[in-house]
Design a binder for this molecule. Sequence first.
Ligand code: 5GP
Length: 115
Amino acid sequence: MSDELTIFQKIIAGEIPGKIEYEDEHCAVLHDINPQAPIHMLVVPKKVIPRLDQSSDDDTELLGHLLQIAHTMAARCGDGEGFRIVINNGRKAGETVPHLHIHVLANRAMHWPPG
Ligand code: 5GP
C-alpha cells in the first residue's frame, strides 16, 4: 500500500478543505464535493481499507459501526423520507477513491435499478 495519504485522510487531517459533519475515533463523515442528491455524505473509516473486498474478519466491528453511523447521519441530516447507502467496489462499479467509504444519499426520490 502507498505511504501517501488518501484524499479522505487529507481532509480528516485538515490538510485540504472539506466539510466534516461528524467524527469519532473510528470514522469521519464528509459532505461529498460533487453531491448526487441534496444530502450526499461519505462515511469514511480512519483505518484505510482500500475497498470492501479487502476488508477482513478483523474489520467486522468497524464495518458495523460505519453502517450505524450511516443511518444516524441520515436521521440527522435527512428529511426522514428515506435514504440510500451505496458502496462502489472496483472501477467497473464506479469506485474512484481507493479508501473504503459508504455513500449516504437522501432528500430526493431514488430510482431502481441504479445506473
Ligand atoms: P467513489 O466513486 O469512489 O464511490 O466515491 C468517491 C466520492 O468521493 C465521489 O462521490 C466524489 O465526488 C468524492 N470526492 C472525491 N474527491 C473529493 C474531495 O476532495 N472532497 C470530497 N468531500 N469528496 C470528494
